[in-house]
Design a protein around this ligand. Structure first.
Ligand code: SF4
Ligand code: SF4
Length: 476
């Protein structure tokens, strides 16, 4: 006699209907009431058909649940996460170029300069600014490592990126020319604190369609709490007018804000409103500060709960706007919806060391921009190419299949253990899953699943925008 058991899934409700998120396949299905009842019974314990009782409706529900693999035979072995390491050479999608490791601000929570820094950018071996030659070598490296991809993405990063504006300009000109010779295109973006957005800089960024993300934390009193100049003066009054000028002139691409949330600055809705309505950003993304738990600005468990509540509120605002086909710029929810829509199931938490690499000012290649310049996380140089042995060893040792703490977590298709840099800062080990924020990750994934289900019922056309989005690694 066949005994049925529930397979790994997460049940949620949206638009008054039950849905399941199937963990092994990362697929989302709406189910009917009978299937929901059958699944609930099988979650309690495995049961035979007789034990389930009911008529033909139950037979149909069983068949449907079996088809989508929400259930299976009790005695069949549970599917294990296969450990597949991508074969080298894996094409590079995004190269993050740290054109300088210097900054004109002195943000207390900064992972690059604060107490949690990995690389000594003041007295270490790297030059403070990338040379034009190293930037050219990096472009050649990028174009070669992008393989057959028709588009390569270059993101300029710092320190404060615009402190090395001359090299940034020359790099764009050179990359365009080299890419054209190879029949490719390059997409450029940068992250900046906004303090050096002079008219000629704005003009250049607009002319060259450079995507811009501004690191800014919100209204004056929020921004000036941590984002200060070296003499302690707040930066809001300097950056706000410059950003407005940028937004006025640079209209060929959406300009986004990137907010770091700390223990003392958690008014997500107010920050969002200020940045979109008063400053004029098209979209705003939030990220909790990456820091050791004992720092004053670190988020506590309560802080993560608070962040989740506020994200939920803003996500529902996003939902109502999206149902009416109005724009809403809460980018965190949009990014997660895109991943859910594509059925993303990650073997690694992000593209670091795979489709995304960071380049330090001396041309050393690292896992990502946050590790640029760290010898312990080096994966080659732009002149010598990727150290394939080091890359393979990294991928072998960081696969989700080896993160036993995550093996029963329903959120692992999207989380996959979380950011390596966060893990390094928290635990001193990139291999460790970020178990300090699991409740937050699962709570947020559940919110996004609900938003997804609501949209699937109330405005399915909205989700179609994710069908053919171009591949690009997000840079946080
Ligand atoms: S880190 Fe936590 S939330 Fe993320 S996959 Fe692992 S157990 Fe799940
Ligand atoms: S998620 Fe973390 S490890 Fe991955 S690219 Fe971003 S900062 Fe680097």
């Amino acid at each position: 006699m066949t005994v049925w058991a529930a397979r790994e899934h997460h049940r949620f409700e949206a638009a008054g209907k039950p849905f399941v998120y199937l963990v092994p396949s990362a697929a989302i299905f709406e189910i009917d009431e009978t299937a929901d009842a059958v699944l609930r019974a099988l979650r309690e314990r495995p049961r035979s058909r007789e034990d389930l009782a009911g008529g033909v409706g139950v037979d149909a529900a069983l068949a449907e649940l079996l088809r989508v693999q929400a259930i299976g035979e009790r005695d069949a072995p549970a599917a294990k996460t296969p450990k597949i390491i991508p074969l080298a050479p894996f094409p590079l999608t995004t190269m993050v170029l740290n054109v300088t490791n210097q900054c004109n601000l002195s943000c207390e929570y900064c992972y690059e300069y604060g107490e949690d820094k990995i690389v000594d950018t003041e007295n270490g071996k790297q030059p403070k600014f990338m040379s034009e030659q190293t930037a050219r070598d990096s472009v050649d490296f990028m174009l070669k490592e992008s393989g057959t991809n028709p588009v390569a993405h270059v993101t300029f990063f710092g320190g404060e990126t615009l402190l090395n504006f001359p090299v940034l300009q020359q790099t764009i000109v050179y990359a365009r020319q080299r890419a054209a010779e190879l029949g490719k295109q390059v997409d450029f973006s940068l992250t900046t604190n906004g303090t050096l957005l002079k008219p000629e800089v704005i003009e250049f960024l607009a002319e060259n369609r450079v995507g811009v993300t501004i690191s800014i934390d919100g209204p004056k009193e929020v921004q000036d709490k941590f984002r200060v100049f070296h003499n302690g003066t707040g930066s809001y009054d300097v950056v706000a007018p410059k950003i407005k000028e940028l937004l006025k002139r640079h209209t060929s691409r959406p300009i986004g804000a990137r907010v770091t949330l700390t223990s003392g600055k958690m008014d997500v809705k107010r920050i969002y409103k200020h940045l979109t309505e008063e400053i004029g950003f098209w979209e705003v993304g939030f990220a909790p500060v990456t820091t050791a738990p004992n720092r004053g600005h670190a988020l506590s468990d309560r802080g993560y709960d608070e962040m989740l509540e506020q994200f939920r509120d803003l996500a529902y605002e996003f939902l109502e706007a999206s149902v009416d086909n109005r724009h809403h710029g809460f980018s965190n929810v949009k990014e997660t919806l895109a991943e859910l829509h594509k059925g993303v199931s990650k073997a690694f938490p992000c593209g670091a060391g795979l489709g995304l690499l960071g380049v330090a000012t001396d041309g050393d290649v690292a896992l990502c921009h946050r590790f640029a310049g760290s010898d312990a996380h080096k994966l080659g140089t732009v002149r010598d190419g990727i150290d394939r042995d080091a890359q393979r060893a990294f991928l072998e040792s960081h696969h989700i299949a080896d993160k036993t703490d995550c093996s029963t977590c329903w959120a692992r298709p999207l989380c996959s253990g979380g950011c390596y840099h966060e893990a390094h800062t928290r635990y001193g080990d990139t291999q460790r899953p970020n178990l300090h924020y699991c409740d937050w990750i699962r709570g947020w994934t559940d919110v996004c699943l609900t938003i997804y289900g609501e949209l699937a019922v109330r405005n399915p056309a909205f989700l179609a925008q994710f069908d053919d989005e171009r591949a690009k690694e997000p840079v946080s």
